[in-house]
Unconditional design. Structure first.
Length: 106
């Protein structure tokens, strides 16, 4: 009997650090770099400037956080956007219709 057991986390080997793909790594890295640049240029001793400086890192970190049943938050947002912006057409194949036409009883 030829049966193979595929582990549930077999896709993790294709990810960087076990949880980021290349696009996510670029997004997270660019957010951290922008945060560091803002921290060096803004007077972060004031609370409002400190919050402005760390916002890019927080937003990019939020986008790449893993969530259940999806890869990360960015994937959830992308799927929701595609669902609400594309036309949905559902073809009914049930017991009371045949190819969109109602069946008549004879």
């Amino acid at each position: 009997m030829n049966s193979f057991l595929i582990p549930a986390n077999s896709k993790k080997s294709m990810l960087k650090f076990g949880w980021l793909n290349t696009v996510d790594l670029v997004i997270f890295g660019s957010g951290i770099i922008v945060t560091f640049i803002l921290m060096m240029t803004l007077p972060v001793s004031k609370f409002t400037y400190a919050m402005i400086a760390i916002i890019p890192g927080l937003i990019c970190g939020f986008l790449v956080i893993p969530v259940p049943n999806y890869h990360n938050v960015r994937t959830v947002i992308k799927n929701a956007w595609n669902f609400y912006t594309t036309r949905q057409r559902y073809i009914w194949k049930g017991w009371c219709f045949e190819n969109g036409e109602e069946t008549s009883k004879k």
